[in-house]
Design a protein around this ligand. Structure first.
Ligand SMILES: [Zn+2]
Length: 206
């Protein structure tokens, strides 16, 4: 938007009115001239979003501008809940990592609210003790950590994250699917206790 007097594009907005088309009153920063412009504001469209949280998923609708471009990994707010886009399904049935809203059929997302659930499997030479724990999303697990969980004290040997299996280093709970451990020596000091974090409704998978 250029100032009709001096052609400068630097201005400040003094007043706006209207909904779908906005009439704005601008003041040129160069010459001080005030002028009006009418801007078209695209109507928002409703888009289907499927939000997964643990094993459940919920269908919701979100209002977005049709020319907005979404990307996998982006965080949206749906009914005051933060969600992260995990996949985008376009109206040709394809799964894409980036798309304009007008070409979208469904947004797939996972909830960022509440704690993360992590599976723990301790291998007692073939007998596996499994539990699921609920911890803060940014809780950090490190390979080598000695951990207490009820009567078990174990050392983390490896971890399965969303993208890979790791045998050294750390990851945060929200990236981890499962932690694998082996019993630790009886006199080893544990770094943290997960006993109170056990989420009891787990279906045991061994
Ligand atoms: Zn001007």
């Amino acid at each position: 938007m250029k100032c009709p007097v001096c052609n400068s594009e630097s201005h400040e907005i003094i007043k706006t009115k209207g909904k779908n088309t906005k009439e704005v009153l601008l003041k040129c920063n160069e010459c001080g001239n005030t002028f009006r412009k009418t801007i078209k504001i695209p109507k928002m469209v409703e888009c289907r979003i499927i939000i997964s949280k643990f094993e459940e998923s919920e269908k919701k609708r979100i209002q977005l501008y049709p020319d907005e471009v979404l990307q996998v990994g982006e965080v949206l707010v749906v009914d005051e809940e933060k969600v992260e886009i995990t996949s985008l399904e376009n109206n040709r049935g394809g799964r894409v990592s980036t798309s304009q809203v007008s070409q979208l059929e469904t947004i797939w997302a996972s909830s960022l609210a509440g704690p993360a659930r992590v599976g723990i499997s301790i291998d007692y030479g073939g007998r596996i003790l499994s539990h699921k724990v609920e911890v803060e999303r940014d809780f950090q697990f490190t390979v080598g950590d000695v951990v207490k969980m009820k009567r078990a004290v174990f050392r983390i040997k490896s971890m399965k994250t969303i993208t890979s299996k790791i045998r050294k280093g750390s990851a945060t709970a929200e990236q981890i699917k499962r932690v694998y451990g082996r019993p630790a020596g009886s006199n080893e000091k544990f770094k943290y206790d997960l006993s109170s974090k056990i989420f009891e409704n787990e279906i045991n998978e061994t």
